[in-house]
Unconditional design. Structure first.
Ligand code: AMP
Ligand code: ZN
Length: 306
C-alpha cells in the first residue's frame, strides 16, 4: 500500500501531478487550505476589517472559495453574491444548490435575478448578432452586475473563484492572439481604479480546476451537476482541452510555469493602457466610452428599466 507523502501514516489517495506527490485525503485538504492562505498573503489580497463580496455561481470553484475563506478567516466580513442568469434549467439548479449551503455557512447572500429584476435573460442574446459569442456577452453582463452590486453594497473587494486553468487559458489565448491589452488585465489582484470600480481578487489563482474539484468533493461541498447549455464548444473550453493535453502528454508543470513566468517576467513590463474613465450616460457606471458595454448590449434587446 502506498502511504501519504506528508504524514507517512494514511493510505495515499490523491496524486498531485505537478509535484509528483501522493497525499491522503486529510493531508490534501490541509495542503489545499495552506496554499490558498499563502496565495492570499503573497498577493496581499485581504486586509483586516475589509468587507469582501464573494461571487458564487453554484459551481465547485466559487463554492470552495466561499467555504475556504470562511474556514481560514472565521471573523472576515463576507457577503455572497449570486446572479441568476435565467438560463433554462441550469440557473435555477445552480441557485437551489447554493442557497441551502450558504444558509448553513451563515453568510449573508445577495441574489440578483436577471429575469425578475431586468426583464431579460442570457437567452435574449441568442438571436442577436452576438449569438455566437454568448459566453463573452454573459461574461460582460456578469462583470458589470457583480461590480455594481458590490459597489452599491459598499463592499471593499470582490472575490471570484477563477482557478489556475482559467487564468492560464486567458494568458495562452492572449499570447496566441498577441492581445497585449487583455494580457495587462490578467492579474490575481485588480485594483479598482475608479471610485465606482470595486477591486477584484482571485484567491484560487494557484489552484488547478482538478484540485478544486477534489477539494469540493472530499470536503463534501454541494455544487452544480449540470453544465451551462449555452457554453458548448466555446473558445475557453477548446483552449483548456488543448492545454490539458500538453499536461497529460508532455509537461505536468506547464500551467504553473506559464502562470509564474507571466506574473514574474512579463507582467512587470506591461503597462495597463491608460484609458480615460468616464461615467456611462445611461447608468452612471464607469466606462472607457460614453455608454458602457452593459448598456450598449441591453439596448439591443430591450430598453433598460427606468
Ligand atoms: P466563469 O466566468 O463562469 O468562469 O466564472 C468565474 C467566476 O465568476 C466564478 O468562479 C464566480 O466567482 C463568478 N461567477 C460566475 N457566474 C456567476 C454567477 N452566476 N453569480 C455569481 N458569480 C458568478
Ligand atoms: Zn451603462
Amino acid at each position: 500500500m502506498r502511504l501519504c507523502y506528508a504524514c507517512s501514516k494514511e493510505p495515499a489517495e490523491i496524486f498531485i501531478d505537478y509535484s509528483k506527490r501522493w497525499l491522503c485525503i486529510n493531508c490534501f485538504l490541509n495542503y489545499y487550505e495552506r496554499k490558498v492562505k499563502r496565495t492570499i498573503e503573497a498577493y496581499r489580497m485581504i486586509k483586516p476589517n475589509e468587507k469582501i463580496g464573494v461571487a458564487v455561481s453554484g459551481g465547485k470553484d466559487s463554492t470552495t472559495l466561499l467555504y475556504v475563506l470562511k474556514k481560514l478567516y472565521p471573523s472576515l466580513n463576507l457577503t455572497a453574491i449570486h446572479l441568476n442568469l435565467g438560463v433554462k434549467e441550469y440557473s435555477d439548479h445552480c441557485n437551489e444548490v447554493l442557497r441551502s449551503f450558504i444558509k448553513k455557512l451563515n453568510v449573508p447572500l445577495i441574489e440578483f435575478n436577471l429575469i425578475k429584476q431586468l426583464g431579460f435573460s442570457i437567452h435574449n442574446f441568442e438571436k442577436t448578432r452576438h449569438g455566437r459569442k454568448i459566453c463573452s456577452i454573459c461574461g460582460t453582463i456578469k462583470r458589470y452586475l457583480l461590480n455594481k452590486i458590490a459597489y452599491e453594497n459598499k463592499l471593499d473587494k470582490l472575490a471570484t473563484g477563477h482557478n489556475l486553468d482559467d487564468i492560464v487559458e486567458v494568458i495562452f489565448n492572449c499570447y496566441v492572439q498577441g492581445d497585449i491589452v487583455q494580457l495587462a488585465r490578467v492579474n490575481p489582484v485588480l485594483p479598482g481604479n475608479h471610485p465606482k470600480l470595486v477591486a477584484r481578487i482571485k484567491p484560487l489563482c494557484m489552484m488547478t480546476e482538478m484540485e478544486n474539484l477534489l477539494y469540493a468533493s472530499y470536503a463534501e461541498l454541494p455544487f452544480r451537476s449540470l453544465s451551462c447549455p449555452l457554453s458548448k464548444g466555446n473558445r475557453s473550453l477548446k483552449n483548456k482541452k488543448f492545454i490539458n493535453a500538453i499536461i497529460l502528454k508532455e509537461m505536468p508543470t506547464f500551467k504553473h510555469m506559464l502562470f509564474k513566468s507571466y506574473v514574474k517576467r512579463i507582467a512587470p513590463y506591461i503597462n495597463p493602457p491608460l484609458e480615460k474613465i468616464f461615467e456611462c450616460e445611461i447608468c452612471g457606471m464607469p466606462t472607457s466610452k460614453n455608454i458602457c458595454a452593459f448598456c450598449r448590449l441591453t439596448k439591443i434587446i430591450k430598453p433598460l428599466p427606468q
